[in-house]
Write a protein that binds this ligand. Sequence first.
Ligand SMILES: CC(C)(COP(=O)(O)OP(=O)(O)OC[C@H]1O[C@@H](n2cnc3c(N)ncnc32)[C@H](O)[C@@H]1OP(=O)(O)O)[C@@H](O)C(=O)NCCC(=O)NCCS
Length: 496
Amino acid sequence: MTPAPTTQPPAAPATPAQPAAPATTTAPATPAASATTTAPATPASAPAAAPILPTLPTEPTAPTAATRTTIKPVDLRGILKYVPRFKDQIFIIALDGSIIADENFGNLLVDIAVLRSLGIKPVLVHGIGKQLRELSEQRNIPITDIIGTGVADAATLDLAIRATSRVSHLILEGLTQNAIKCAITNAIHAIPLGILHGIDHQYTGKVDRIDTGFLTTLIEKDITPIVSPIGFGPDGKALRINSDLLAAELAEALRASKILYLSPSAGLVIKNELRRDIAATALAAILEKTPDHLTPVMRSKAANAIRAIGTGTPRVHLIDGRDADSLLNEIFSNEGVGTLIYGNDYQQIRRAKRSDVRAIHNLLRGAVRREELIYRTQQAIEKNIDQFYVFEIDESLIGCVSLYFYPDKPQLAEIGSLYVMPTHQARGIGRKLVDYACLKAKDHGAETAVALSTQSYSFFVATMAFEETTKQILPEARLKLYEVSGRNPKVLVKPL
Ligand SMILES: CC(C)(COP(=O)(O)OP(=O)(O)OC[C@H]1O[C@@H](n2cnc3c(N)ncnc32)[C@H](O)[C@@H]1OP(=O)(O)O)[C@@H](O)C(=O)NCCC(=O)NCCS
């Protein structure tokens, strides 16, 4: 367990009275009624820090169950503003084994029901570390690895399977008590980790493939998948997988917008200091240079958070799973209560090179056919390659944008050739490309960004805060081109 940070008071009771499954028995009968019903029955387990969500006691001390259920309209408005933003998004909720054994688990299940009622699609992944250790002690069977990254011998795998059955069942039971349809899946196809540095890792595996079709089918039918840290090898036999890694792999495969790691720690503690947020690049540097500033448990989460961000998951949160309301507070408040690990929004954008010409031409072809963009020959793209910026994932071009400064009106910069591959649309890439182009335009001294659009003007208006104006804003030479094109696009502007 990560030591409590010096800057944060401990947020939960040290040891739950009944580690195995007390939480499920405390789950309220009416799960989706409101976030405030998640308050634990005993005030003693309320978080020490003032919660941001609707738990607003009228008395400053020892809130009672009654005061904790008071929702002010302002709180509700605060929550509702997030609903359209998060609707239909997949959140990977990764629960450490110890959180499933914690008395707050019942509250977390209710909160998961709240998320679902707001249109969010949770996918649950769980660990088994605590249960595995307990089983090993109870049965006096030594184990070779707890967290799923070391060597798992046959006895360890056997106990891991037993621990997994127990934990998955507890989740199944808890979700059932909250009237949530769910399913334990065999969607994780694994292969053995193999021999690393001369050591055979035996029954420890890594993800080979995720059956996203299967998981998506469940999600679309409003069934919450439960994914256990046991994958299935090519022969169908079980392999133990680290649950932090599994969460990162799932987030990538399902294009989740968040991973929420719930562990018994207030967040990411680096050199005894609780961090509220950190960029993935800064965290990667710490992991490389001073890994001992983090505990081994947090190192695993940090490394997998960085991995997830690198493969396109925008945000990873580390939250105290023992803390009542922490899940909802982290999601529905600007400040959050745990640690947010975020990517550098623009690291995947770079200036186009001559060698990108063909890829850009291919990228834009489909949009040209649909008259979304104007046709440009490869030669024209090559001639103006300095105007293009590309968005790259794993060395493949996923999107592009161009930026043009009018010689006769330098205070204006035109944003054009904006395109995101259909497979990667609706993941914020278009927004990043336009934001980036605006930043570049401003750096060059432009005061206003202009975009001409025939079909995506509502993207510029609704998503990018551009406003419609008349073509008269265009400089003379550009206006002539506008007239001869006959496309009659809307002219949109945004002050920089
Ligand atoms: C327009 C385009 C670049 C948006 O890229 P994207 O990566 O899918 O967009 P993002 O993920 O950053 O933004 C998504 C938001 O934009 C909205 N959006 C996306 N495409 C839209 C469109 N064509 N019209 C209106 N809104 C659109 C989404 O509904 C979403 O809104 P929300 O955040 O409220 O849910 C992309 O759809 C595209 O390449 N379209 C074809 C080419 C094109 O029309 N280019 C513009 C020429 S000027």
